[in-house]
Design a protein. Structure first.
Ligand code: SF4
Length: 366
């Protein structure tokens, strides 16, 4: 029988986590089973305390450049899967350069270069390497790449040309569910790419979906699967049914499960980066996610940008409030503020175990 987690236990648990204790599977089960509002609020509260112990009130900000929405894959949950008959785009190098110039004086710690598994780049990796080199030259900022699964040689070349982080989401570490979500794709190749990237000096991000047929035991498998790969950043996102996809008719869950898992991630990965994405519920959703224990804001785009997001809560909205200024203004109302580039450098050095340069990087405007 599942025991109710008392307030006192959660306070003690958080203190133990700060002192180096790790959650057991039974702890995970208990936390995932919480349903009462006051219990969940208490969980978010202790997750914030653990986050604040390691990061204070500082938040990291990532700009999002979805430069190609073409993809050869057929993920059942994804709007951009190859079978969906949608408008797609692929930015050229000059368009990307212009986005970089607009970013130069913004409060941004890292640029996230995302694409589907676009054969135009996957078959000719030098094209993608050119983009990474250009973004590094233009911004001087750390670069995250989110390109899908790449081979070892390409990962090495990208790292040598300026890629610092690899984001590669398993979406689930439950193999049965994986087969249904990432249709026809190798589970092992995806794990290998993250492990290899970590070994050669990247920081890596793994992520899971919630609300997509995963029960508590499946979620525990995913949480443990993420932990095994020692990621530097861990993400959970609520599944949002996308028009024209095999899962398009599934009913959408609220973000409550995601918020609970963000808090659990904070207890499992106390000193790691955990994102609050703007892509799901905009800037109000960012606040909820930071209040659950996140410490990074992702999917920031310029105020006048027409770039796509992955989930795109605002695809049909006229006003988008995902620009750096709106984010920083809202952070300040929460008593939080952007971290410095030096803070981000320290995190990256701790993760990779080696010095990283920040000479010439624009300072984040506090
Ligand atoms: S999730 Fe990524 S790999 Fe899968 S279909 Fe979408 S863009 Fe392609």
């Amino acid at each position: 029988m599942i025991k109710k987690v008392e307030y006192l236990d959660l306070d003690r648990l958080a203190q133990d986590i700060v002192n180096g204790r790790e959650l057991t599977d039974e702890n995970l089960r208990e936390l995932l089973c919480l349903t009462e509002e006051d219990e969940i609020q208490k969980l978010h509260y202790v997750a914030r305390k653990v986050r604040d112990h390691f990061f204070g009130n500082k938040v990291f900000l990532y700009s999002f450049v979805y430069f190609s929405t073409h993809c050869k894959n057929n993920c059942a949950f994804c709007y951009y899967n190859r079978c969906n008959d949608i408008q797609r785009y692929r930015l050229d190098i000059e368009e990307i350069r212009n986005i970089c110039r607009a970013l130069k004086n913004e409060s941004i710690h890292m640029v996230d270069l995302t694409m589907g598994e676009d054969p135009y780049f996957h078959n000719e990796p030098e094209r993608f390497i050119d983009i990474v080199r250009t973004v590094k030259d233009e911004t001087g900022l750390p670069i995250m790449i989110s390109p899908g699964v790449l081979d070892d040689k390409t990962l090495i070349q990208l790292h040598e040309n300026g890629a610092d982080f690899l984001a590669l989401y398993q979406e689930t570490h439950d193999r049965e569910l994986y087969r249904k979500l990432r249709v026809g794709q190798s589970f092992e190749e995806r794990v290998h790419a993250r492990e290899f990237a970590k070994m050669i000096g990247y920081c890596v991000e793994d992520g899971i979906l919630t609300g997509v047929g995963n029960d508590i035991e499946s979620t525990i498998k995913s949480l443990r699967g993420m932990q095994k790969n020692k990621p530097d950043m861990v993400r959970v996102m609520t599944f949002v049914p996308q028009e024209g996809t095999p899962l398009g008719e599934v009913s959408q869950e609220s973000s409550l499960s995601e918020l609970k898992i963000i808090s659990i991630l904070r207890l499992m990965f106390p000193d790691r980066l955990i994102p609050a994405s703007l892509d799901l519920e905009g800037i109000d959703g960012m606040v909820h996610r930071l209040n659950a224990g996140a410490n990074v804001v992702t999917s920031i785009i310029a105020a006048n940008s027409s770039l796509e997001g992955v989930v795109n809560y605002d695809r049909n909205l006229e006003e988008r409030d995902r620009d750096p200024k709106s984010v920083v203004d809202r952070l300040r109302t929460m008593g939080m503020e952007p971290a410095s580039q030096a803070d981000f450098k320290r995190i990256r050095e701790k993760s990779t175990g080696k010095p990283v340069g920040i000479v010439g990087l624009p300072e984040v405007h506090a």
